[in-house]
Design a protein around this ligand. Sequence first.
Ligand code: S3P
Length: 442
Amino acid sequence: MRVEVNRASGFRGTFAAPGDKSVSHRAMILAAISRGECRISSLAPGADVRSTAACLAALGVEVRIDRGEAVVRGTGPGGLRAPAGPLDCGNSGTTMRLLSGIVAGAGLPAVLDGDPSLRRRPMRRLLDPLRAMGARARGQGAEVEADERAPLVFEAGARLVGRRHALPVASAQVKSALLLAGLWAVGETVVREPGRSRDHTERMLEAFGVPVSRGEDGAVGVLGPAPPLGVPEAFPVPGDPSSAAFLVGAALLVEGGEATVTGVCANDTRTGFLRVLARMGADVRQVDRGSRGGEPVADLVVRGSPGSLRGTRIEPDEVPSLVDEVPLLAMVAAVARGTTTIRGAAELRVKESDRLSQVARGLAAMGARVRELPDGLEIQGGAPLRGADVDAASDHRIAMSFAVAGLAAHGATRIRGAEWADVSFPGFFSLLAAASGGAVRP
Ligand code: S3P
C-alpha cells in the first residue's frame, strides 16, 4: 500500500494512545504460565501481539482476543504442551525472544520461526546464555557467520540451572527471556546489562507474585524454581509511548499543531525521547494521570513549534530508553536548527530493518543533510525538506517516521509499504489524515 503525505497547514486532535506492545506481550505470557483467568484490557492492537497470542494457543493456552481485550486462561508453568508445528512469530522479535525463554524453561521441543525480517535478526545473544543454563537449542547459519538466526530449534527435556549473565548489549528482550527461563531453573538467574533497558518484565513478575532481586549495579534476578503465585483477574495495559511518539512528532513539526495523547506509559525506561525533545526546545507537557498495570501513566500535551527546535546530542547511555524512537527523533532533528548527533545506537541496525541506513537514505532523498555513522547519525537540520518516494523497508517505525517528516516537507511524500504500520499501530494513517485536515491520503 502506498500512502501520500503532503505538507500540513494544521494538526489537531486528542488521541488515546493504543495499548503498549511490550506490556501486552508480557501480560499475555505471564498470564499463560499462571493458573486462572486474566482479562487484559487495552491490549496493543497490532499484528505483533497477535503473533504472541497465536503462539501461546499453539502451546496449549486458551487465549481469546475480542475488541481490544484478551482473556487468557493460564495453564500454570507445568501445563504448557509441545506445539504441533513451528511457532510463527511473524515480524515480532519480542515474541520470538520471550517465548524462547518459555520453551527453554519448560523444556518443550519447539521450533520458533518468523517472517524474512525476523529471520535476519541476531539470535546468538539469546541462545548462548540459554545454553549456558542448560537449554539444548540452536539457530541457523552458525557455520557461515558468527551469529545464529531463526528458525530456532529447541529440544525436549533440558533441565535448566540458574546463572549470572552479563549481556554485551542492553536488551530488554534478552533480559526478559532469561528471567522467564529462570522461573523454571534451579537456583538464581541474574542478568546484568551495560545500560538500563525497559523494566516491564521485572515489574510484572512482582505483580504476579514472583520476587525479583535488584543489585546496585542494576542487575536483576529471580530465584528458581519460582512459579507465578497469582494471576490478577484484570490487567489494564497502559498506552504505548513508542506509538504516541509519532503523534507527538507530527504535532510538533506542524506550525500551530496542537495534540494531546492520553494515558501514555511514563516509565522512565521508555521516555528518553521526551527528555531529548525537551532539550531540543519542544513544547511537550506531561500531565500525571496515576498508574495502570503497575506503570505510571501521563497525558502528553504538545504544541507545534518547528521554528523553535534546535539540535542536540543523544549519548550512548540514553539509547536504551529511546531505542525505538531514534527514527522519529531523526525526523525532528532534520527540521530543528543546528546539528544533532546520535551515538551508541548500533543496535538499530538489527531491528526490523537497518534503521540507521533507512533513515539516512530517506532523509537524504528528502533533501536533509545527514551522515550515517557506524553507530548513529549526524544530521544538520534546518534545510527545507522536500517530498520524496520512501520505502518502509518492511518496518513499521520507518513507515510512520517518514509520514511525520512528510507533514513538514514541501510537495508529496509517497510511502511505499505503509501497511507495515499495522505491526504496531493499525489505523495510524487514518488518524494522521483526520488530524492534519486531509494532508494524508491513505
Ligand atoms: C522490546 C525491547 C526492545 C525494543 C522492542 C521491544 C521489548 O528491544 O526495540 O521494540 O518489548 O522487550 P531490545 O531491548 O531487545 O533492544
